[in-house]
Design a protein around this ligand. Structure first.
Ligand code: AMP
Length: 360
């Protein structure tokens, strides 16, 4: 709808009120934009920075219409927003990124099939509906394998590893006996992710890949530069660009890869700013949050080059009590999310440890 860049003073609607929304609000504010956050729980982290907050479930049509009419462009900060919510909002304003990226990322079978169909390498997978299909799939895929629920899986939740046929029953229970996909277990050397951005007119930038370490299915650290060859880096960037083009994507995307030797497989993509891109806040002139705001407002994309080596460490649960110790280290940039309750496994903030760039 809008061919011109959105003028400063415009309002950006953000569906979701977590830390990603909060950091998007900060970036929008720096660019002179206003923000309206729609969140489904009390005291959302993003609400502390937004100009306006609406608290509602994501399928109250009247509230969605009011929200959509109050903004000039809308975006989302988590991918489990119902597609019908996006459809309602899209009746009144542009939603970026659009529906296709959201829908693909919500269902692992749709996502993996899309990637395979556009020629991107992924681990061998089979969609399954029930126990007997799982048994057949396990025989076809081989062991070890990983069963993942098709929908609503994140941070390693809704997953089970299968080592033998005897694990079928337990694995099926672990995914709630719901439709799932079985994937070959990849003996990867390391995990990397590319944070990319695509503008309304199709120009693209990608940040250097980050090397990710997960603990209990939750991202623990991202370091740049990743310990990969230039060849792997170029291929990961090129695959990420292809994914963005094929989705006619607008905004920032996070694409996760497994690296084994010279083999590069895509695990998944997230149609939003990404935890593994937080290092850009202190490693680049234009971070992923500003990049996303620029893209969805039809502004030119910014410089994604890296000027520092960074290790990003998530601050999880009670670790937030160590903030004063972290603050004593002058090269540690601290980012907290304003969450009052430090539940186990809850992301409370992150710290970017910065050092002069060694190249990479
Ligand atoms: P996901 O929810 O798909 O992002 O998976 C969470 C984490 O589980 C990944 O970051 C990997 O560490 C691990 N994982 C997922 N799929 C596989 C696989 N096919 N082979 C080996 N590890 C996997």
């Amino acid at each position: 709808m809008t061919a011109d860049p959105l003028p400063t003073g415009s309002t950006i609607g953000i569906l979701g009120g977590g830390q990603l929304g909060r950091m998007l609000c900060a970036a929008a504010s720096r660019l002179g934009m206003r923000t309206h956050v729609l969140a489904d729980g009390p005291d959302p982290p993003a609400g502390q920075l937004a100009n306006r907050v609406s608290i509602s479930c994501y399928n109250d049509l009247e509230i969605l219409r009011r929200f959509a009419k109050s903004v000039d462009v809308a975006t989302y900060e988590f991918e489990n927003i119902p597609a019908s919510t996006i459809d309602t909002v899209a009746g009144f304003c542009q939603v970026r990124p659009g529906r296709s990226a959201l829908v693909a990322s919500q269902d692992r079978l749709v996502e993996k099939s899309f990637l395979r169909d556009i020629g991107v390498d992924v681990a061998p997978f089979v969609g399954i509906e029930n126990r007997s299909e799982l048994l057949d799939a396990a025989k076809a895929i081989g062991f070890p394998a990983i069963l993942k629920s098709r929908r609503l899986g994140y941070d390693g939740k809704g997953q089970a590893r299968l080592r033998t046929v005897h694990d079928v029953e337990r694995a099926m229970n672990a995914v709630g006996n719901k439709p799932a996909i079985l994937e070959q277990h990849v003996a990867f050397d390391l995990e990397i992710s590319v944070i990319g951005a695509r503008a309304v007119r199709g120009s693209k930038v990608c940040y250097n890949p980050g090397e990710n370490v997960h603990e209990n299915g939750i991202l623990r650290t991202t370091r740049v530069p990743a310990r990969i060859s230039n060849e792997i880096e170029n291929r990961a960037v090129s695959i990420s660009e292809t994914i963005m083009d094929m989705l006619d994507y607008v905004g920032v995307i996070g694409v996760e890869f497994f690296v084994s030797g010279e083999e590069l497989l895509v695990n998944e993509f997230a149609p939003r700013v990404h935890n593994s891109g937080h290092w850009t806040q202190n490693g680049c002139a234009i971070d992923q949050f500003e990049q996303h705001i620029r893209a969805i407002c039809n502004w030119p994309l910014g410089d994604a080059r890296r000027h520092a080596d960074v290790t990003m460490v998530n601050i999880i649960g009670k670790e937030v009590t160590t903030v004063q110790e972290l603050a004593r280290k002058s090269d540690h940039a601290i980012h907290l999310y304003g969450k009052s309750e430090a539940r186990p496994g809850r992301k409370m903030g992150h710290v970017n440890k910065i050092s002069p760039t060694s190249g990479g």
